[in-house]
Design a binder for this molecule. Structure first.
Ligand code: HEM
Length: 451
């Protein structure tokens, strides 16, 4: 609806609470940068790849996490890598880098394959009767199973508890903006969402602590007996140059928070985009059929399935699971665009680098609204600027789990699409909404049939 007046403060708060993506109108997809005031906060929207590079890479030292992320996530994730800053972040990132090498991700390929296959077995009944499923919920279940297998090898203390349900409740209760934070209310003003989530958080932390202690006992008794999963790898990092016990706990919670819903969203959006583009779906299915018939090693699938990978990457362009990467300038800064224009960034300014606007920017993409996986085929991707496509971020704080996620996605898509076909139904009308990730409002109802 065309606006005749600027939105009121209340309208802005309501939009931020409901769906921050709706804040961004047409100019945000056309201009290279925009300066605005968000309540009292100076805000810069950085849409030019050069400016993105400046903020996230070249002068990254001058930028810290934006306050809002710390307010929402820090009470849950504490000193986990996503919310750690300064020396703690530096030491933790260095210590954990070896855990996320491609070699380790490849080591997890078998679990990814097994969990995807187990999931298809559960799906068969639904597919035989052509039932409609909420793919958003199902993909969250699948990526949770994969994360649980690679994180704890399924050995969670008190498994009769609804662990997955606890996480879901925790993220949906606490992982949202509180209006008191937007209004910059002093710390003594209660944040009800956080208070409500506290019980779940404590119960959840209790399970993680117990799981860690069980594993530490097992490792002390018989180091060979411990499975090579994230938990074992993190416990081995315990030490002065590595992680403290509390940091190991925080990082396990961070991996759960950062590592399954993101991938689940991207998988759901990929199936949705493919259902709307039958010729691309045919190509992806043909590729998968050929590779699965000739290549039993799932580690090789990422390289051997360029169309499948490209469909996933293109879906993340249109629906980036992390739609906004926020920073705050520590000292005054400036950036020249090489055409005589300078952006002055005063200390304290919030800088929004938004995959949401960057990925659909009319200046940098041909037919930005169209789903065109071929953009990401190896022979074409050279024409995409590194700083205009950022589903995993860029620079020192780039997603540490990116290789893991890509491999997981190709294996899961390979297994799912070799057996099932996903089609839209009249109720499939997903409107992207920014919660912790970019979610389809009202879910993703789709018909699943056997191919
Ligand atoms: C950071 C996206 C999967 C763990 C990030 C960032 C983005 C992102 C955009 C950068 C945030 C920033 O610069 O402020 C995604 C997407 C995923 C995904 C789109 C899936 C499709 C994963 C997985 C894991 C993971 C599977 C772990 C198993 C992390 C961690 C960080 C991070 C720990 C913080 C890194 C740091 O600050 O040093 N992710 N992620 N992510 N991601 Fe991911």
């Amino acid at each position: 609806v065309p606006r005749t007046r600027p939105p009121s403060r209340l309208e802005i708060i309501r939009t931020v609470m409901r769906n921050p993506l709706e804040l961004w109108g047409e100019p945000s997809f056309r201009l290279e940068w925009m300066k605005t005031k968000f309540f009292t906060e100076r805000t810069l929207i950085a849409n030019h790849p050069g400016l993105v590079r400046h903020v996230l890479v070249d002068n990254a030292r001058n930028y810290r996490m934006a306050t809002i992320r710390q307010l929402i996530l820090r009470p849950i994730l504490r000193d986990g890598l996503l919310t750690a800053e300064g020396e703690t972040w530096k030491r933790s990132r260095k210590a954990m880098a070896p855990v996320f090498t491609p070699r380790h991700a490849q080591g997890f390929a078998v679990q990814m394959l097994e969990q995807s296959r187990a999931f298809t077995a559960r799906y068969d009944a639904a597919a035989q009767s052509g039932r409609i499923r909420d793919i958003a919920v199902d993909m969250t279940e699948l990526t949770f199973d994969i994360l649980s297998a690679t994180l704890f090898s399924g050995q969670v203390a008190g498994t009769e508890e609804d662990f997955a349900g606890d996480i879901e409740r925790l993220l949906s209760t606490m992982g949202r903006v509180d209006p008191m934070d937007l209004l910059k209310a002093p710390a003594w003003v209660p944040r009800f969402r956080r208070i409500l989530g506290q019980n779940v958080l404590e119960k959840f932390r209790g399970i993680v602590k117990q799981t860690m202690e069980d594993r530490q006992r097992l490792m002390a008794r018989d180091p060979e007996a411990a499975p090579e999963d994230f938990l074992t790898l993190l416990i081995r990092l315990h030490g002065p140059d590595g992680l403290t016990i509390d940091e190991i706990e925080d990082n396990i919670i961070t991996f759960i928070g950062a590592g399954h819903e993101t991938t689940a969203r991207a998988l759901g959006w990929t199936l949705y985009c493919l259902a709307n583009s039958p010729s691309d779906r045919d190509r992806v299915e043909a590729e998968i059929d050929e590779v699965l018939a000739s290549e039993p090693d799932p580690v090789k699938w990422l390289d051997k399935m360029p169309w499948t990978r490209a469909a996933f990457e293109e879906a993340m362009r249109l629906y980036p699971p992390a739609p906004s990467i926020n920073r705050a300038a520590i000292e005054d800064d400036r950036w020249d665009n090489g055409k005589g224009e300078t952006v002055v960034i005063e200390a304290g300014t919030t800088v929004l680098v938004m995959p949401w606007t960057l990925h659909r920017h009319t200046k940098f993409w041909d037919r930005p609204e169209a789903f065109m996986p071929q953009r990401f085929l190896p022979e074409n991707r050279g024409s995409i600027d590194r700083f205009q496509y950022l589903p995993f971020g860029v620079g020192p704080r780039i997603c540490i789990g990116a290789t893991f996620a890509l491999q997981e996605a190709v294996i899961a898509l390979g297994v799912l699409l070799s057996r099932f076909r996903f089609d839209c139904v009249p109720g499939t009308r997903p409107w992207p909404v920014q919660k912790l990730t970019t979610q389809p409002e009202g879910g993703l109802p789709m018909r699943v049939t056997l191919r």
